[in-house]
Design a protein around this ligand. Structure first.
Ligand code: HEC
Length: 122
């Protein structure tokens, strides 16, 4: 072994560097996938509901809604046909929403939200 004569400190450093190299490989894989993920409708939908809805609704797979009356999005599939959900979003949902500021989605955004909602339904 090349490292036989190395001091314990030097050996330790080699071990750390190997681990660092492994970590670089491990993180570079997801990073290289970022451009594709940015085009993924579900990712866009997640960003949209995080921005516009998460003040009141739980928008992820876990957790309670910040607004007690607002149903977690992972359960919307129980009361709504998600196929029709984009129509609801593009019409604006303030009618069912006494506390909510009016938000209207265009068709593409509404479909992105639906794509995301499908990924989190219980
Ligand atoms: C200011 C708080 C608030 C925000 C922001 C908000 N909601 Fe709501 N939402 C509520 C509340 C409260 C209810 C429950 C209303 C009720 O049942 O009386 C609700 C209900 C709903 C329902 C009906 C659920 C059901 O089972 O009947 C849908 C769908 C919904 N919200 C979608 C959204 C979407 C999509 C957004 C983001 C664009 C959003 N909400 C943002 C407070 C909010």
């Amino acid at each position: 072994m090349i490292y036989d004569n190395a001091t314990p400190v030097a050996r330790g450093m080699v071990a750390v560097m190997r681990r660092a190299a492994f970590l670089l490989i491990a993180v570079s894989l997801p990073l290289s996938a970022v451009p594709a993920a940015a085009q993924d409708p579900a990712q866009i939908g997640r960003a949209l509901v995080t921005e516009h809805c998460s003040a009141c609704h739980a928008v992820g797979r876990h957790g309670a809604s910040p607004h007690r009356a607002a149903p977690p999005f992972r359960r919307l599939g129980r009361s709504y046909d998600l196929d029709d959900f984009p129509r609801l979003l593009t019409r604006g949902i303030s009618a069912t929403h006494p506390d909510m500021p009016e938000v209207k989605f265009d068709d593409e955004a509404a479909r992105a939200v639906r794509a995301y909602l499908r990924t989190i339904q219980e």
